[in-house]
Design a protein around this ligand. Structure first.
Ligand code: IPD
Length: 295
């Protein structure tokens, strides 16, 4: 049967606002969060409660569709397949959330044949909503949950004709991620130094804001030129990926030469839409890895 992507988008937006109210009314603390792989990989009761709300609502609205969520993921068991699948991070930016830094979101992706087909990313602290539907463009809305007239802006903001320049004039987001040991972490640290010193000058600016989904949305909006991370998961990127593609941006792989990447590759390089310079900037960035590849 045909899938009504507009209906899926509307249902996900309604859920995002409901989840947003839960997130805003929670009173988390860094001290009371549980840890997963290490002390920086944290989960709160709110992450779990939001995922439960989302998964139970989606299974009653769309009983035949699959669900992949960060907090119920089981390694080796949960898989992203070709089936219509909701891919959900209940709170992306959990460190920010527990510290009250207002840069966290709920990330609701929907894939068909593993292609990101609907993306809804909502930051309840700033009341900013990003949405995208495959083939229909992507949008950013401020004061999104208010009943008053809404400002819905097509992405990228200001149109897509701005050229991309060199790394030395680019605003780049990178994240350390939650894995803080091992060869990939060492490689990232070497690469961060090379990127910062690239082109005999400096990268225009590094940002590490703590939410993969919001990073990708900022790239889609054209507020960041690129975002690089190795180690995050499909639920961090699925929703943003749709929003990015619909804004003319592209998701490349995090390793040199990976012009194509997959949802589950865990190595991503998002680049904003531009009339020219995308390929050149990607190559300049990859060169900073100096032939090294993340496992
Ligand atoms: C994390 C954030 C962070 C990224 C990590 C993710 P979470 O997601 O997106 O920016 O660097 O790799 O795990 O744990 O807050 O949902």
């Amino acid at each position: 049967a045909d899938i009504n992507l507009t209906q899926v988008r509307d249902d996900l937006v309604a859920l995002a606002f409901e989840a947003g109210r839960m997130i805003l009314s929670a009173n988390p603390s860094a001290a009371s969060a549980d840890t997963k792989i290490n002390a920086v990989d944290i989960v709160t009761e709110t992450d779990k409660a939001v995922e439960h709300l989302v998964s139970s609502r989606l299974s009653s609205l769309y009983p035949s569709y699959s669900f992949v969520g960060e907090e119920t993921y089981v390694k080796g068991v949960t898989a992203v397949t070709d089936a219509p699948t909701f891919i959900v991070d209940p709170i992306d930016g959990t460190q920010n959330f527990v510290h009250g830094f207002p840069h966290a979101c709920i990330s609701l992706g929907f894939t068909v044949g593993r292609v990101p087909s609907v993306g809804v990313v909502y930051n309840p602290f700033l009341d900013i909503l990003y949405t995208g539907i495959r083939g229909q463009g992507s949008y950013m809305q401020r004061n999104a949950s208010e009943g008053t007239p809404k400002e819905k802006q097509k992405l990228p903001l200001g149109g897509g004709d701005r050229k991309l320049g060199k790394l030395s004039t680019s605003l780049v987001s990178i994240e350390w991620g939650s894995q803080r040991d091992g060869e990939n972490f060492e490689l990232k640290n070497r690469a961060f130094k090379r990127i910062a010193e690239s082109g005999g000058g400096m990268v225009g600016g590094f940002r590490s804001l703590g939410s993969a989904a919001l990073n990708i949305c900022a790239v889609a909006a054209g507020q960041l030129d690129m975002y690089w991370e190795g180690g995050c998961y499909a639920w961090d990127v699925a929703a943003g990926w749709c929003i990015l593609s619909e804004a003319g941006g592209k998701m490349f792989g995090g390793n040199p030469g990976d012009w194509e990447t997959s949802l589950t590759s865990r190595k991503y390089l998002a680049v904003r839409g531009a009339s020219e310079g995308q390929k050149e900037l990607v190559e300049e960035f990859w060169a900073c890895l100096d032939g090294e590849k993340m496992a």
